[in-house]
Design a protein around this ligand. Structure first.
Ligand code: F6R
Ligand code: MG
Ligand code: MG
Length: 362
C-alpha cells in the first residue's frame, strides 16, 4: 500500500481587521499558488482555510514528513501572501515569519506544523482542527478525552480494536524532551504532566501497534522568538473510525468549552469555543479562543470534503456556555485567574512594563 503524507502548515501572515480574520484575497492567493504545485504533481491535493487570522495550508503528498520540498513551497506561499498583505497594509503582515531566509524546514521559523505519514485504509476519515487565540496545550484535554477517557470514548470499553488503549507522546516544551506513555496503564502519570498544558503538550498519539492516530503542532512561538510574537494558534490532525475513535468520539470533547490560555494579547484564560469556519473570526476582546474542525475522507490522497463539523447545531449549547463563561471571566478584568499567572506572562509584553517599576521598590 502506497503511503500518503498529510501536512498541515499554518502561519499568521497578516490579519483583517486587526487580528480578527483573514482577507479573502490572501486565501485566493494561497489557493492559486498551491494549485500550481498540484498541477506540477508535487501536491496530490490541498485545501486552504483559515481560523481567525491564521492561514492553514492542508496538503497531501508522497514525500513523507519534514520533506524539504513541501516545507519550502509552504514557506514561499506564506512569503507571497505576506507580500500581498503588506501591499494591502493588512495588520501584522508577516507576523509569524521569524526569519528572512528558508533553511530547509519551516519548524523553528515561525509557522506551525502537524504532519503524519499514513497507509491509507479502505476508508480514511480524518478530522483537521485549527485554533485561533490559544496555544498547543489547548489540545491536551480533548486528546486525553478522545484516546484515554471512556466517559468520552465508549469505543475504549466496547470495541475490541480499541480496548488495548493508545500511546501518548508528550513534549516538555521547556526541556525540549519527549516521553511516551501508555493509556490506560499510565493515565495518572499522563495527567500529572498534561494537566500543566502550558508546559507539557501531547505531541502525537499512536495505536499500541505503532500506527499514528493523531498529531499536533507544538511549536511555541514565544520560546522560538524569545519575545512575544502572538500565540501559537495550533493545528491538529486526528484519524478516526475502525480502530480509532469514531468521528463523534473525536468531536465530543469540544462539547465542553474548556479553559485555554490565549485570548487578548495571549495573556488570558478563556473558554475554547467550537465554531463553523464562517464564525471563526474572534472579535470580542480579540476572542474568545476558537476552534474549527474540518472533516475529510482521504481517497488516494485526495481530500474529499471538507465537512464543517462544528457547523452542527449540537454544538450550540457549547457556544452558549462559552459565551456565558466569557462574560463571567471578562468581569475579572486585569485580575488573575482571567489574566495568566506571572510565570506565563513572562513572554508577553508585561515584563517591559514591570521593568520600569523595579527601581521604585524600597
Ligand atoms: C492575541 C492577539 C491579539 C493581539 C492584540 C494586540 O494572540 O494576536 O489579541 O495581542 O490585538 O495586538 P498589537 O500588539 O499588535 O496591537
Ligand atoms: Mg495576528
Ligand atoms: Mg492567530
Amino acid at each position: 500500500m502506497e503511503k500518503i503524507t498529510i501536512s498541515v502548515i499554518k502561519a499568521d501572515i497578516g490579519g483583517y481587521v486587526g487580528h480578527s480574520s483573514m482577507h479573502p484575497n490572501i486565501m485566493s492567493k494561497a489557493i492559486q499558488i498551491l494549485d500550481k504545485h498540484k498541477e506540477k504533481g508535487t501536491l496530490v491535493d490541498f485545501h486552504v482555510t483559515h481560523c481567525g487570522d491564521d492561514l492553514e495550508l492542508i496538503m497531501s503528498h508522497r514525500l513523507g514528513c519534514d520533506a524539504q520540498e513541501i516545507h519550502k513551497l509552504s514557506w514561499d506561499t506564506f512569503v507571497e501572501c505576506t507580500n500581498l498583505a503588506k501591499e494591502m497594509k493588512l495588520y501584522g503582515a508577516g507576523q509569524d515569519l521569524l526569519s528572512d531566509a528558508f533553511s530547509g524546514n519551516v519548524k523553528g521559523m515561525g509557522p506551525g506544523v502537524a504532519e503524519m505519514e499514513i497507509e491509507e485504509r479502505k476508508s480514511e476519515p480524518v478530522i483537521i482542527f485549527a485554533a485561533d487565540k490559544t496555544s498547543p496545550g489547548a489540545w491536551n484535554m480533548p486528546l486525553y478525552k478522545m484516546f484515554a477517557d471512556p466517559f468520552n470514548t465508549i469505543g475504549l470499553v466496547i470495541d475490541p480494536s480499541m480496548h488495548q488503549g493508545f500511546t501518548l507522546e508528550i513534549l516538555d516544551i521547556f526541556g525540549n524532551k519527549t516521553v511516551k506513555m501508555n493509556s490506560p496503564e499510565d493515565i495518572y502519570d499522563i495527567l500529572c504532566l498534561i494537566g500543566a498544558s502550558e508546559h507539557y503538550i501531547v505531541n502525537r498519539v499512536y495505536k499500541k501497534t505503532g500506527e499514528i492516530a493523531a498529531v499536533t503542532s507544538s511549536q511555541k512561538l514565544n520560546l522560538l522568538a524569545g519575545r512575544y510574537v502572538g500565540k501559537d494558534d495550533p493545528v491538529m490532525i486526528v484519524r478516526s473510525q475502525s480502530g480509532f475513535p469514531a468521528v463523534g468520539e473525536v468531536l465530543e470533547p469540544f462539547s465542553m468549552p474548556h479553559m485555554v490560555s490565549g485570548w487578548m494579547r495571549g495573556s488570558h484564560w478563556g473558554p475554547f469555543m467550537p465554531v463553523s469556519v464562517e464564525d471563526a473570526n474572534p472579535t470580542r476582546f480579540d476572542g474568545p479562543p476558537r476552534v474549527i474542525a474540518l472533516g475529510f475522507q482521504i481517497t488516494n490522497g485526495a481530500f474529499i470534503g471538507p465537512r464543517d463539523m462544528f457547523a452542527d447545531l449540537s454544538y450550540d449549547l457549547a457556544r452558549k456556555q462559552a459565551n456565558e463563561i466569557a462574560n463571567y471571566i471578562r468581569r475579572h478584568g486585569p485580575f488573575e485567574p482571567h489574566r495568566l499567572p506571572l510565570s506565563d506572562m513572562e513572554y508577553t509584553t508585561l515584563p517591559h512594563v514591570l521593568k520600569k517599576l523595579k527601581d521604585k521598590f524600597k
